[in-house]
Design a protein around this ligand. Structure first.
Ligand code: GLN
Length: 217
């Protein structure tokens, strides 16, 4: 049996939590190399098996993506069906439509058939940690709870028929009869999470992304 090919994963490194993503990816057995890129030339310097768009501030990232000529290359990458994972601000960037955009609007990469609501849980101080039920994702150490960090996080309000919901959460302050909100989805080769798996010492979501990139899930 031949060993599975090792992956080269790109991480958008213009703003936000890219260092933490790179660190988590480097711990994944399937990853050969992590390439942090800040412009189109760096992004194109070697073939990237998958790309991570980190959390941060989506409106700031949108401005920087335009000034660093990255918006079109990223749109083309997603359109080509290559693997991409957006966390928090990255999930906002990947969405086809958003609510509560910055005044005057903000550019999106798009591709994910979803409407995403920015800052849906309130302000920074309403950030929280919750245990998620993600049986499709967490294949190792199944009995270990998956703890997710939500920082001024978005939620997905509605999804297209081709989008699979991977996780929902009930916000801590929600009334007892509240419907859980969608916080992780998968659409073909697009993965989006409104929380931050790079901030906990648990790489199981990163391992899932690697399996998605490798075409195993
Ligand atoms: N932690 C995050 O990525 C927060 C996202 C931020 N509220 C935004 O709109 O971009």
């Amino acid at each position: 049996m031949t060993a599975p090919r090792k992956l080269t994963i790109g991480v958008l490194a213009i703003q936000g939590g890219f260092i933490e993503h790179s660190h988590a990816l480097r711990q994944c057995d399937a990853v050969e190399r992590v390439v942090e890129f800040t412009n189109a030339k760096e992004m194109a310097a070697q073939p990237l098996d998958g790309i991570v768009l980190p959390g941060g501030e989506s409106s700031a990232m949108a401005v920087l993506l335009e000034s660093f000529d990255l918006l079109e290359p990223l749109r083309a990458y997603v359109r080509a069906g290559k693997a991409v994972w957006g966390t928090c601000a990255g999930m906002i960037l990947l969405s086809d439509s958003i609510k509560h955009a910055k005044l005057g609007g903000q550019s999106l990469v798009g591709g994910l058939h979803a409407t995403t609501v920015r800052n849906a849980f309130g302000r920074q101080k309403e950030s929280f940690i919750a245990t998620l039920d993600v049986p499709d994702v967490v294949l190792a150490d199944r009995e270990k709870p998956f703890r997710a960090v939500f920082i001024r996080a978005p939620i997905i309000e509605s999804v297209g028929d081709d989008v699979r919901v991977l996780a929902r959460v009930v916000r801590p302050s929600a009334p007892p009869d509240a419907e859980p909100d969608i916080v992780a989805v998968r659409q073909d080769r697009i993965l989006a999470t409104s929380f931050h798996p790079e901030l906990t010492r648990d790489i199981r979501f990163h391992e899932y992304f690697c399996r998605m990139v490798a075409g195993e899930v």
